[in-house]
Design a protein around this ligand. Structure first.
Ligand code: GLN
Length: 487
């Protein structure tokens, strides 16, 4: 036990915690200690965290000095600290693909087992400047390749709602850690669903921002034209608050947009009356688990009650999304992993796991002369079509609503030996990465004690509307019953 007071971090939002800190009902030190205690006691079971930041408590103590309990005089000063630092004292866990200065960063691969970056990723820098305390690094599928966390070289992460099941992947540890109360928010990367799928499987809000909205600098690359840098929170407000901190142009990432970053969390209320919401015709096929579909139907009813108008839209090329994704992403993977030669970072490439090797081989093949036009070039053309499909849909509707996963959180081992079955978990999430649009997974219900999320999608750079629609839904949805953390 690091500290005698235990705060129930599982039920705390960032917003609620900031209130408690401002009123001095809790201290940053108590908060961080409580999270560290949960990591210490629950991580052996869940395997969500690979590396703990040993300095976290020291950092927390510095903040505790800034918020003294006594003098009224300094109360104003303490409050203005919160204004300058919107995440002051908030414990965050980062996916282990985020470079952290002086803190081991492995991407869950043995190749980087001992790698200690000499710099922070831009997002990490921004979070620290906003006052967040980095507690540690989360387990993941190695190099972010996967949908279940089972490709980690450090063992799979377990779903806190049912330890025999996956929390989803590839940001498996980030989701499981937050659900279990090890932090108040966590970060992930979403190249083809790796934030939204685990968010859906662990009852969290997970954002895949527009490609180029958040800097990729210092994030270990998977597919550079797909990688979207987002995060997990317990509710929509918290999610919007973090994006207000992390988004924006970065001279170190030439693909980041110069568009202004709104304070998303301050403009969440808006009427759904007359808002047009699209149901994607191609996503209503029979491959969906009927119980997951029931949750989707219930969500549609809730949005209709709020005044939303539903329209069927067609994205005719999304039926090729998985094939297109699994040509283009491995091509980019094979190029990005080429730097892991053992001379500059970490250990030798003989330590690559099966999935990384599979992707390097597929990618090298589709990029090789003679096959380039047949595969890579053709897939690029389909990608453009898919992007146009989304553009056309957003001429008719404000947002799309669709499932996140076609199935409930599956059993560990269920799909581990069948890469194709695993790839199909991404049918409702990968298309958004091909199109570069923002998408949010929001808790929507439970089936047999397992969480089920729903996905909202808007056009590029309209995260504000995305959050507004999701917030309206979240307010109307009511509490989700029959969910219990089992650890
Ligand atoms: N499941 C997808 C894949 O394996 C998504 C990965 C991701 O978003 N990082 O490629």
């Amino acid at each position: 036990m690091l500290y005698s007071i235990m705060i129930n971090t599982r039920d705390l939002t960032i917003k609620g915690t900031l209130e408690l800190l401002k009123k001095k009902e809790i201290s940053v030190e108590e908060l961080v200690s409580s999270c560290l205690n949960i990591i210490e006691s629950k991580n052996p079971e869940i395997n969500a965290v690979l590396t703990v930041n040993e300095n976290a408590l020291d950092e927390a103590q510095q903040f505790s000095n800034l918020t003294p309990l006594r003098p009224r005089l300094r109360e104003g000063a303490a409050i203005s600290q919160f204004n300058n630092k919107p995440l002051l004292g908030i414990p965050i866990i980062l996916k282990d693909a985020y470079s952290t200065k002086g803190l081991r960063t492995t991407a869950a691969s043995k190749v980087l087992e001992n790698y200690i970056p000499p710099f922070d990723a831009t997002v990490v820098k921004k979070l620290k400047e906003a006052g967040a305390i980095i507690l540690g690094k989360a387990n993941m599928d190695a190099w972010a390749h996967g949908s279940s966390g089972e490709n980690s070289d450090f063992g799979p992460t377990k779903n806190p709602y049912d330890l025999s099941r996956t929390p989803g992947g590839s940001s498996s540890g980030s989701a499981a850690a937050l659900a279990a109360g090890m932090s108040l928010a966590s970060t992930g990367t979403d190249t083809g669903g790796s934030i939204r799928l685990p968010a859906s499987f662990t009852n969290l809000v997970g954002l895949k921002p527009t490609y180029g909205r958040v800097s990729r600098y210092g994030i270990i690359a998977m597919g550079s034209s797909f990688d979207s840098i987002g995060h997990f929170t317990k509710d929509v407000y918290d999610n919007a608050l973090i994006l207000s901190v992390t988004a924006g142009h970065d001279s170190l990432d030439g693909t980041t947009s110069k568009l202004d970053v709104p304070k998303y969390h301050l403009k969440l209320e808006t009427s759904m009356r007359g808002k047009k919401i699209g149901i994607v015709k191609e996503f209503t096929h029979s491959g969906i688990d009927s119980k997951v579909d029931e949750v989707t139907q219930k969500t549609i009813k809730t949005m209709e009650r709020l005044g939303g108008e539903f329209i069927e839209v067609s994205l005719p090329h999304v039926e090729y999304a998985i094939e297109t994704y699994y040509i283009l992403v491995p091509a980019e993977v094979s190029s990005n992993l080429g730097r892991m030669t053992g001379t500059r970072f970490g250990k030798g490439r003989e330590l690559f796991g099966d999935e990384a090797k599979r992707r390097i081989m597929i990618g090298t093949y589709t990029l090789s002369s003679g096959y380039y036009d047949a595969y890579y070039n053709k897939a690029l053309k389909v990608r453009t079509r898919i992007k146009q499909d989304f553009d056309q849909a957003f001429e008719k509707v404000d947002a799309l609503l669709c499932p996140v996963s076609p199935t409930l959180p599956f059993k560990l081992g269920e799909k581990a030996n069948d890469p194709l079955a695993m790839y199909l978990s991404d049918i409702f999430v990968a298309p958004m990465n091909l199109a570069g649009v923002p998408a949010l997974s929001v808790p929507a219900g439970s089936v047999e004690g397992l969480p089920v999320g729903i996905q909202f999608v808007t056009k590029q750079f309209d995260e504000q509307l995305l959050y507004q629609v999701a917030y309206a839904y979240e307010q109307a949805r009511g509490p989700i019953e029959n969910l219990k953390i089992n650890t």
